[in-house]
Design a protein. Structure first.
Length: 343
């Protein structure tokens, strides 16, 4: 097996979805991935030493998995000395992050400069989606860019369908997208006021209860995020939501995103309602999700799915069939191998 070294700051969903799962493919994959997580090293010198030890094994390539910091340049320099190809993997359009994602890191001049310099210095760039590939190509970094065509399908065999005895609407996502959830909260507020049997939960983001009618506070629960992708997907499955929400603003950043939220909801047998924007509008045209334009439609479509078990089951059945056909491990392996074969 040819060696590929993956360098990441954390063992997070980006690393898991992009690469770690390829080690679970019963030796169908002809490349061997070895991962180095920089946050697991107390000292910078120990991290660099481990990198150099692996570089001495003459890997085919080193992949910087969304690894954007000053250490990146030292790694790239070492790879050039050892004639090792470098790849920058990115799964968000970080070159233009919208203001509603309130992370100071992304707006800092230091981060923007590091991102630009890494993009220029590596040999190749691999993106999570074709839309992201196109946007980065427009930045004229003058290098070959490959797209993984969304994200591979993770099939966890221990997941079992489960629904709570009373209807629960759910939203899972990071706090950076809280403003998108806030945008549809008037619909959730109205829905709970009119339907005392329905509850609402978030997973990973806290709500501002002062903007929510106090008579429904008891039917709203905010669950903390969990670390580790497997723990996350198992926790999501255990919540037994009847409907899962995916509100998104329409902008270039979101149009470059993967459909991972739909994949994760589908794995947990949760039918999804999303904003009528890319990338989810494409799923809506295939009748794999319900799309909503405004708060009135959000309220209407959530209630429709809550009250129609057959429609919920139909969405889940079609989504699972489409997922297995288009996001199988075999297809993912072939796509990744084709990219690595061409560097």
């Amino acid at each position: 097996m040819k060696l590929i070294i993956i360098i990441s700051e954390f063992k997070d969903a980006t690393l898991e979805q992009g690469f770690l799962s390829f080690s679970k493919t019963d030796n169908k994959f002809k490349y061997k991935f070895v991962t180095i997580i920089s946050s697991e090293y107390t000292f910078k010198l120990d991290f660099i030493k481990q990198c150099k030890n692996l570089f001495s094994q003459k890997p085919k390539a080193v992949i910087l998995c969304r690894f954007i910091n000053n250490l990146s340049f030292e790694i790239i320099k070492n790879c050039k000395v050892n004639n090792i190809k470098t790849i920058f993997f990115i799964d968000d359009y970080l070159y233009s992050v919208p203001e509603f994602i309130k992370k100071e890191k992304y707006s800092s001049k230091i981060f923007k400069n590091q991102l630009s310099q890494i993009s220029q210095q590596v040999d190749y760039i691999v993106t999570s989606t074709p839309a992201l590939k196109q946007n980065i190509e427009n930045l004229n970094y003058k290098k070959r860019i490959f797209a993984l065509n969304d994200i591979r399908f993770h099939l966890y065999h221990d997941l079992r369908p489960f629904k709570r005895p009373h209807p629960v609407i759910g939203y899972m996502g990071s706090k950076s997208h809280k403003s998108e959830l806030d945008h549809i909260m008037p619909a959730i507020n109205n829905l709970l006021l009119k339907n005392p049997n329905i509850c609402f939960e978030t997973f990973g983001v806290k709500l501002d209860f002062k903007n929510i009618d106090n008579t429904i506070h008891k039917r709203i629960k905010c669950r903390n995020a969990v670390s580790g992708y497997k723990k996350f997907i198992n926790k999501l499955n255990s919540l037994g939501w009847w409907v899962g929400l995916a509100p998104l603003f329409s902008n270039e950043f979101n149009r470059c995103k993967t459909i991972c939220k739909w994949i994760e909801y589908t794995e947990c047998n949760v039918p999804m309602i999303s904003s009528k924007v890319k990338p989810y509008i494409n799923l809506g045209t295939k009748e794999l999700v319900e799309n909503a334009n405004d708060n009135e439609e959000w309220e209407e479509k959530i209630l429709f799915l809550i009250n129609n078990k057959s429609e919920r089951n139909k969405l889940i059945k079609k989504s699972n069939e489409y997922l297995r056909e288009n996001y199988s491990s075999i297809k993912a392996i072939k796509r990744m191998q084709k990219i690595l074969d061409n560097i």
